[in-house]
Design a protein around this ligand. Structure first.
Ligand code: NG6
Ligand code: CA
Length: 498
């Protein structure tokens, strides 16, 4: 009898999942800061679609990317492994080889094991192929399709890095045998003008001393050299619209089965080049305009889910790969039209920084009927998605899978406000957060980057902040609490050597 009861109970909980195997759409912004959205306190910009999402789901106030730049954050999100454990996970050039080992369990591979169709649309930036040298005019493997995605529509690296082309699965779109693509990050190839030699051809100037002065594509100087592929080159104003359409197509194609969609936006990363309908719409220059555009795209995805009758049974996650930056190398008025807007809100630092502005990012999560709307201060990190979804999908993890990922599904679903006890954050320096105490390891690099105008968090002495009373990391308590410094630095050392 007891056995029967147990069987029935298990059956019911299982049935709860089986009947409702939810689709999962992960929307990942690029360089969007903690203070960039109305629901996180922005007053100079209005982001109604994200506002609505925040009201209908959980708004996390202590959600983190693993790192303060893109490639390592994405590596952590995909693998559940701290990126600083692995060499070569820093910001990658556009011709880099794939850095995710193809035998590693990844977030999309986990969904695939659970019977999902998996799709990746948008910015990739984790490398492609087995080596730097590759022929862009042929199939390129391994890439997203070898690391868990059934379908991919991507651009290889960042919007400011060549090649400025789209790829569908293994192939660049719009290839032309008579005009082959050549990419080089060391020397100029072909005859395309460069920002360095022909600045008069630029429609958006590069900031002095920043770089972004190599091959010019669409009047914008890029990082890296490229020739050929004239028909394959994207139009900057159309990039987000193209990704949006491909994301919608993926939803439509897979509406009858559970799917996982990783929709990885390019906004508000540089070069910020809004679509015509968004140009000048905000009062904050192009950076504000592309944030409006990003908000609109979130609304469009939600409409698509609604249209297909999928809204109720879809988990929507919205977050960002690292904190914000105003001047990231182009004169696009982000600084001159800042207009009092604080992209990191109350946080110190921003992109590249060990301070909270580097990794504490917007994080919204909704699942109608299953997630009760609210606000949560649980400490969560994108590295935890893999172990958390392994739990929801009832997929066992091997000991070597996702080694740094914690199962925080209960926190993600709002059933508890207990998140991680301990998190290692990566700016230039590593930090360790435990129970709202934050220790930043000493680091000899520059404390302030003049080009980006960002405090890096580097200091030769240890730093200790009490985030529960000092979210802006103003008071370094290291000298006052040497025992805390010792405890947290010891713990960081221990985790590093695990
Ligand atoms: C930097 C670029 C910056 C941006 C960043 C990567 C310069 C001076 N700066 O090297 O513009 O592309 O790399 O951003 O070239 S991320 O969000 O993909 O990490
Ligand atoms: Ca980024």
């Amino acid at each position: 009898m007891r056995k029967l009861l147990l069987f029935l109970m298990l059956g019911i909980t299982h049935w709860g999942y089986a009947q409702k195997t939810p689709n999962v759409v992960l929307i990942y912004a690029d360089d969007l800061g903690y203070g960039d959205l109305g629901c996180y306190g922005a007053t100079k910009i209005s982001t109604p679609n994200l506002e609505k999402l925040a009201k209908e789901g959980i708004r996390f106030t202590n959600g983190h990317s693993s790192s303060a730049t893109c490639t390592p954050s994405r590596y952590a999100l995909m693998t559940g492994e701290y990126p600083w454990r692995k060499q070569g996970t820093g910001v990658l050039p556009g011709d880099a080889a794939l850095i995710i080992p193809t035998n590693r369990l990844t977030l999309p591979a986990l969904f695939r094991k659970a019977g999902y169709r998996t799709g990746m649309v948008g910015k990739w930036h984790l490398g492609l192929g087995g080596a730097v040298e590759k022929n862009w005019n042929e199939d390129i493997k391994p890439g997203p399709n070898e690391t868990g995605f059934d379908y991919s529509f991507i651009f290889p690296a960042t919007a400011d890095r060549v090649p400025t082309v789209f790829m569908e699965n293994h192939r660049v779109l719009g290839l032309d045998a008579a005009d082959p693509i050549v990419v080089d990050y060391n020397k100029k190839v072909g005859n395309d003008p460069t920002g360095k030699d022909n600045p008069e051809l630029l429609k958006m100037k590069a900031s002095p001393n920043h770089g972004h002065n190599q091959t010019i594509v669409n009047g914008i100087g890029r990082i890296g050299y490229m020739s050929g592929g004239t028909k394959a080159r994207w139009t900057d104003e159309e990039v987000p619209l193209t990704f949006l359409q491909k994301a919608k197509d993926f939803i439509q194609t897979n509406q009858k089965r559970p799917f996982f969609l990783f929709y990885s936006l390019t906004e508000p990363h540089v070069p910020r080049m809004p679509s015509t309908i968004f140009k000048g719409k905000s009062s904050l220059g192009y950076r504000g305009d592309v944030i409006l555009q990003l908000d609109w795209a979130v609304g469009e995805i939600r409409k698509e889910l609604e249209l297909r009758g999928l809204s109720k049974n879809t988990i929507l996650i919205f977050t960002s790969d690292n904190g914000p930056v105003l001047d990231d190398g182009y004169e696009d008025e982000a600084v001159t039209k800042q207009n009092g807007h604080l992209p990191a809100g109350p946080l110190r630092g921003g992109k590249y920084s060990a301070y909270e502005g580097g990794t504490r990012v917007p994080w919204l999560m909704s699942w109608p009927g299953r997630i009760k709307p609210g606000v949560s201060d649980a400490l969560i990190c994108q590295i935890d998605l893999i172990a958390s979804f392994a739990d929801l999908l009832r997929q066992p993890l091997a000991a070597t899978d996702a080694p740094d990922s914690y199962n925080l599904m209960n926190a993600l679903l709002g059933k508890t406000k207990q998140g991680r006890q301990v998190l290692v954050q990566q700016g230039g320096a590593l930090s360790l957060v435990k129970n709202n105490w934050k220790y930043i390891a000493p680091n000899k690099d520059i404390p302030f980057n003049k080009l980006t105008g960002i405090e890096t968090g580097n200091a030769e002495a240890p730093q200790l902040y009490n985030l529960s009373t000092d979210i802006s990391e103003k008071n370094n308590l290291a000298e006052k609490h040497p025992e805390k410094v010792k405890e947290l630095s010891g713990l960081l050392q221990q985790i590093k050597t695990e």
